[in-house]
Design a protein around this ligand. Structure first.
Ligand code: NDP
Length: 457
């Protein structure tokens, strides 16, 4: 278990076994300041690296992540309790992210703008030192979404992983140096959010915070950044709707739905934790959903066949359990013994029940009937969040109408996937602002400079 909050030693455990897997020194204000100073010192030389050379270094890092893929996946699986197959996929994505931003370095160009009396040019300048604060659910993956564009633009970084899951970030920092990226460009500081994270947010030498985490902490980050007018990108919580119309391929929609909410044990900001089903298909869909959920393989995350592991901690398990009330339609099996296990749970609910309003961040789904297209859109939007969601229908025009009407940053039709390296990802409403991934992320890690050159005698 973790030692007490103020201990200088941090004990890292495997949530599937409750065994200790590492002991680390916990950083405080001094270590954070030292990391910021190192990043500041490294900035002038890093921004001056020729774009093609910066691209080459990022590509080397991508190759190293691929070469060490199995090792990184095992680290992530043991620290987060996530199934090894999923962890392998996440590490593969990390490599793809670095490959993508290696390719993006040389495309991040300015423009020439014709103006009276001369010419105007624009440049995309790096911001300087950026602070990257990431959560425990996809530690390496989410870190790479920020590191890729930040480094591509010529910034130096201080990365703060969540205290529960720092191991993959620490290993990545070693690979960064092995790739030839100079010392000081990437700094990893392991410590509490309220100490290390807050220091990054308040420090005058940090130009921007890229944050992923809860909406509550996101608000604090935004407020704290105001004092130094820092830029912020916030990727926050979600309560996404999986909207299933009666004309959909119900078998396919129901077979896919469990993985849209129970994947990563529901600890996913994109979890489709509300399934809205057209009333005429409700009973049929629910039967299919229960059958499909019963087939989800829950168990040892290190087994290739496992599809769902435990929750991250005992405290989080208590929080998740507090949401389960009302009409529980299905509760799955979990292993006996050690580990923070929680069963796949299906609850029939109304959209104003707590389970349908708040982010559970566990394997619990609320199933809610709707009457028609307008009702589906109303229910989908009746939430302060707007991160993700799905629409299942065979009617293409309806799919587009509903996709345009749902207030959410990343939607999928007849699919539940939200995230791709090449497409922008981020929230509407209280799910945050700014975009990660795709070429859009580059604008979050650079400022546009406009230079006017007079051509008059
Ligand atoms: P938290 O918001 O508690 O923590 C996120 C990160 O912020 C951690 O590294 C944490 O450090 C740090 N932190 C905590 N307090 C502060 C502070 N005062 N100042 C600066 N940093 C701080 O979220 P969780 O880690 O619990 O992650 C789960 C949440 O993240 C869910 O709500 C989920 O929806 C959201 N999330 C959103 C995603 C998105 O892309 N939109 C993706 C993944 C998760 P530490 O924990 O070490 O103290």
């Amino acid at each position: 278990m973790r030692l007490c909050w103020n201990s200088p030693v941090l004990t890292i455990i495997n949530p599937a076994t409750e065994e200790q897997i590492a002991r680390l020194e916990r950083a405080g204000i001094d270590e954070t300041d030292a990391a910021i100073a190192a990043a500041k010192g490294a900035f002038p030389a890093w921004r001056a690296v020729a774009p093609a050379d910066r691209a080459r270094l990022l590509r080397r890092l991508a190759n190293l992540v691929e070469e060490h893929g199995e090792e990184l996946a095992r680290i992530e699986s043991r620290n987060v309790g996530k199934p090894i197959t999923g962890a392998r996929g996440e590490v593969a994505m990390v490599a793809s992210v670095f490959h993508f931003y290696a390719g993006a370095v040389e495309t991040h160009r300015g423009a020439t703008i014709p103006v009276a009396g001369g010419e105007a040019l624009t440049f995309h300048e790096p911001l300087g030192v950026v602070g990257l604060i990431v959560p425990w659910n996809f530690p390496l993956n989410i870190a790479s979404w920020k590191l890729g564009p930040a480094l591509a633009c010529g910034n130096t970084v201080v990365l703060k992983p969540a205290e529960l899951t720092p191991l993959s970030a620490l290993r990545l920092a070693e690979l960064v140096l092995e790739a030839g990226i100079p010392e000081g460009v990437v700094n990893v500081v392991v410590g509490q959010g309220s100490v290390v994270g807050q220091r990054l947010v308040e420090h005058p030498d940090v130009a921007k915070i890229g944050f992923t985490g809860s909406t509550e902490v996101g608000r604090q980050v935004m407020a704290g950044a105001a004092a130094t007018a820092k830029r912020v990108t916030l990727e926050l919580g979600g309560k996404s709707a999986n909207v299933v119309f009666a004309d959909a391929d119900l078998e396919r929609a129901a077979a896919a739905a469990p993985y849209a909410v129970f994947d990563n044990a529901g600890q996913d900001c994109c979890a489709r934790s509300r399934i809205l089903v057209e009333r005429s298909a409700y009973d049929r869909f629910l039967d299919l959903l229960v059958a499909a959920t019963g087939r989800v393989r829950v168990g040892d995350p290190e087994e290739d066949a496992t599809e769902m592991g435990p929750l991250i901690s005992a405290a989080h398990r208590e929080t998740v359990a507090s949401f389960v009330e009302g009409e529980v339609r299905f509760e799955g099996e979990t292993p006996d013994g050690a580990g923070f296990w929680f069963p796949c749970t299906i609850v029939e609910a109304r959209n104003d029940d707590r389970i349908a309003r708040e982010e559970v961040f566990g394997p619990v789904v609320a199933v809610i009937p709707f009457d028609d297209e307008a009702d589906a859109i109303r229910l989908a939007n009746e939430t302060p969040y707007g991160l993700s969601g799905s629409i299942w229908t065979r009617d293409g025009a309806r799919a587009l109408r509903v996709a345009r009407a749902v207030e959410s940053g990343a939607l999928s039709v007849n699919s539940n996937s939200s995230v791709r390296v090449t497409t922008p990802f981020g929230g509407f409403k209280q799910s945050g602002f700014g975009r990660e991934l795709g070429l859009e992320a580059l604008s979050g890690y650079s400022d546009v400079k406009s230079v006017y050159i007079s051509t008059e005698g």
